[in-house]
Structures are given as C-alpha cells and as structure tokens.
Write a protein that binds this ligand. Structure first.
Ligand code: LLP
Length: 472
C-alpha cells in the first residue's frame, strides 16, 4: 500500500507503524489495513468516475463491494468517502446497517436470497435489490406487497461478456448461475420447470409474449424486465451487469455497457419505460506483483464514459445514471498479511535445483486464493535487512495439506530463518473475507494502521471461540 516504507536497517513500517511493533502488539499472523490508503482509493474511484461521467452529462454512484472485505469501520470509512455499499448477503447487509450506512445507500445482491434477507432489505429501505431470476422477481414483489411497500429493483443481466486478467471473451450462451441472459432463445423459467409462487395466477401468460413481434422468444433478460415493469409492487430502477473480476482491459466494460444500453432502449420501445439506472458492476484489477500495473481509475473512467456516451447516442436514448461496484480495487492494495517464519526446509527439485520451503504461522485458512485460483502474491522479509544471496523460495502455511501455499514462487534472502517477519502484499481483498477455520486454526485479527498508530478492527479468534460453538 502507499503507506509502506523501509528504513536503513531494513525494517518495514506501514503508515508509520513498524512491523516489530505490530507483531508485538497484535501477534502474527495478522492482516494489516492501511486506513489512509483505503480511503484514498475509495475517494479516487469516486472522483475519477464522478468527473469522467460529469463530462458526458451523466451521474454516477460508486458502491463498495463489501464481499471483498467488510467490517464496521470499513463500512464507515467508505461511507465517509462518499461511497455506497454493495452487499451480497444478510450478513454483509447487517454490518453495513450497523455501521450507520443509510439503507438508501445500500444495494443487496444474491442469486438465492432468503425471505429473511429480502424482508430485512425492504424494511431497512435499501436503495436497490438486484434481482437475479424470474422467480425472485415474483418473490420480492410478493414480500413487498404484503408489507405495502414498493421494492426498488435492478435486473441483473448477463451480456455474454466475460473478463478477467488481460482478456475478455464474448459468448452467446451463459453457463453459470448469475443473471438473466440477453440472448434470445434461452429457456424461460417456466419451460425450465421452475415453479411460480402462489401469488402468480396460473393462467398468467409469460411476461412479454403479448408484445413480441419476433419469431424468437424474448430473452430471459427482456422477460424479466417486462415482468418487473408489470408488477406494481416493484419499481424497476434499471439494469445491472457484472462481467468478472481482476479485469485489466477496459474493453469488456465497454462491450457490456453497449449491450445493456441496447437492451434498455429495446425495453423503452416495448413498454415506454426508459429505466433510470445502469450498473456496470465491479472487477477493476489491481497489481499483486512488483512490476504489475493496476487499472488506473482515471483512465478507465474516461474510456468507459466515452464509450457509453457513444453507445447511448447510437441507440438514440438519453444517458441513464450509472453506478459501479469496485471491491478489490478499494481494499486489496490497502492490506497486507504479516506472518512469522517457522520451519525453513530446502527441498531438492528437478534438475538438481533446490526450493526453499518457508513455513509461516498461517496459510490457506487466512488466504485461500493461491490454492483456489492459483493466485500469485509477492512476499518479503520485512523485519531486518539481509545481504544474503536470494534463493528460490515457496512460502507455505501450517495446514495439513500440500496445496497449502501462500506464495508459489518468490526470491527470498538465503538466510531466511525462524523468527523472521514476512509480509505478503495486497491481501486486503478476499483474504479475511474468505478465511476459514480449517484445521481449527483461529482466524487472524484485522489491524488498522493510521498516522503512526494501530488499532484492532476484528480481534483474533481463539481456540476458546471455536470451542464455544461446540455443543458437545
Ligand atoms: N459486483 C458484483 C455483482 C460482483 O459479483 C462482484 C464480485 C463485485 C461487484 C466486486 O468485484 P471486484 O471489484 O472485487 O472484482 N473471490 C474472488 C473474487 C470473486 C468476485 C465475485 N464478485 C477472488 O478472490 O478473486
């Protein structure tokens, strides 16, 4: 993160707090979150998109995707920086609400929301519920209607655009659980055998059929939008599209935005309803390794704004209000994990080379991403200077599994030894939020650092915490 420095004796500090102090005060492993850095990234996204979209005459809201990491303090920080909060479950929603984020500034996602989650969202007055299926449209409408409420909804669509890393691909057919496809000829919920809730009249015709002029049936996306327009218990705010994560090439956002703006124009033609909002999702990529370049929010905001302005002009509709949902780009680079080195073991590998296995006091329970995705990270010894020749090292955890790898390949000083402090960079996103208690390992604390001081946001779990769950 931006607040990281190293002094002459090789000791690293984050936001002015040295790693030895962090380790002494909070123990290891620990997630260390640089508050000022996180705030700057949040404000940076808001400014970049705000000004680029103002240039084309459109408003924009930035929702922080809480799945990347959410705690009361982080929800407050992003709220104070002018962001809204995107939640994916009742748990995330509860944290955002408890932190004092106004309901109107919260969105609720999820492909399988429970009644409880929907009702909590409705009663909290959330700004939007992103609906993900025809069945859910009817469920949200019924739950809102029963309470005399009108639910603000967006329909999540899939555009066929998939992005991540440096590439984007565009496919006609979706084979994944999220969203409703814009491709015509996809099965409707009815023909797929899905049952409708009791409040839907059995003789009700599938929405959209009446107005269809084409030979092809309506796409699931159009069917869903038509149904949402029809239901008086729903206020259809707009259309939502999320194309992937860790995206480093803006092309995918631009192609998906064009598809969504076209769908919006088609809906207006069919119904006279020109929806107000379009969400382009999250996925803004960050640098994990030295030499990698993150997506620059200013550049991407300009590129995407220019492209949506052109698309809207082509389809002949005024621009909607936009929103985006970055998670990783806000919190990822602001976090690192501090470990203590234990066992160091040289292992002979192919062609006579040696790999030094450096075990740390955490592992796949605090960062599943290397094991799950083959994700790459960078590690350094941060508690001292070493002039020893670097060796080929692999940083591994303490779990009973050979896939328990923290960093697949990294050069570490040849004198790396037990007791060394080792930091892994850019673990702020999807680290603590995907952590587990595998092997009954308590989850590490999240420690915030700012202006030379540290404070605990989430305390370290203990084995007693784990035993407290066990009813014997
Ligand atoms: N909005 C929606 C609807 C999403 O599904 C996601 C991520 C985001 C926003 C935020 O995406 P971000 O800006 O953080 O890339 N566990 C994986 C990432 C899964 C992302 C799922 N959806 C990982 O560790 O890479």
């Amino acid at each position: 993160s931006r607040g990281v420095s190293r002094d002459e004796s090789g000791v690293v500090a984050v936001a002015g707090v040295g790693v030895h102090d962090l380790a002494a005060q909070h123990g290891t492993p620990a997630y260390v979150l640089d508050e000022a850095d996180l705030r700057q990234r949040a404000a940076g996204y808001r400014r970049a998109f705000g000004s680029a979209f103002a240039e084309i005459g459109a408003g924009v809201d930035v929702y922080y995707a809480g799945k990347a990491f959410l705690s009361l303090a982080v929800a407050r920080w992003v709220h104070e920086e002018g962001l809204r909060v995107d939640t994916a479950t009742g748990g995330e929603l509860a944290i955002a609400l408890r932190a004092g984020v106004p309901g109107a500034h919260i969105g609720l996602h999820g492909n399988n929301k429970s009644d409880d989650e929907i009702v909590t969202a409705l009663e909290a007055g959330v700004g939007r519920i992103i609906v993900d299926s025809l069945v859910e449209i009817d469920r949200v409408a019924a739950l809102a209607g029963a309470r005399g409420l009108v639910a603000p909804v967006m329909v999540r669509v899939t555009t066929g655009v998939h992005a991540g890393g440096h590439e984007y691909i565009s496919t006609a057919h979706e084979d994944q659980k999220f969203g409703l496809s814009v491709a015509a000829g996809q099965p409707s919920a009815r023909s797929a055998g899905t049952t409708l809730p009791a409040d839907v009249a059995p003789d009700e015709r599938p929405a959209g059929r009446a107005g269809a002029r084409d030979a092809l049936p309506d796409s699931p996306a159009m069917t869903a939008l038509l149904r949402a327009v029809e239901r008086p218990e729903l206020h259809l705010l707009g259309i939502h599209s999320h194309i992937g994560s860790q995206i480093l090439d803006p092309t995918g956002f631009e192609v998906a935005a064009r598809v969504v703006l076209t769908l919006r124009a088609q809906l207006a033609e069919r119904t006279g309803v020109l929806v107000d909002e379009v969400d382009l999702g999250g996925g803004y990529g960050i640098a994990y390794l030295p030499g990698e370049v993150a997506l620059d929010p200013d550049r991407i905001a300009k590129d995407v704004a220019a492209s949506v302005a052109a698309s809207a002009a082509d389809v002949g509709t005024p621009l909607p209000r936009f929103s985006i949902e970055p998670g990783r780009a806000i919190v990822g680079p602001a976090g690192m994990t501090l470990y203590t080195v234990g066992t160091v073991k040289p292992v002979r590998i192919d062609d006579g080379r040696t790999r030094t296995y450096v075990s740390v006091d955490g592992g796949m329970s605090d960062n599943i991403r290397p094991a799950l995705y083959g994700a790459q990270y960078h590690a350094e010894i941060v508690g001292r200077r070493s002039d020893a020749e670097p060796v080929l090292a692999r940083v591994v955890g303490k779990h009973c599994e050979s896939g328990d790898i923290v960093v697949h390949e990294v050069q570490l000083p040849g004198d790396v030894r037990a007791g060394d402090l080792l930091a892994v960079a850019a673990t702020g996103a999807y680290g603590r939020s995907m952590a587990s208690n595998y092997n009954q390992v308590p989850r590490p604390p999240v420690v915030a650092v700012n202006a030379g001081a540290s404070r605990v946001l989430l305390r370290r779990e203990t084995v007693e915490d784990l035993l407290a769950l066990d009813q014997g």
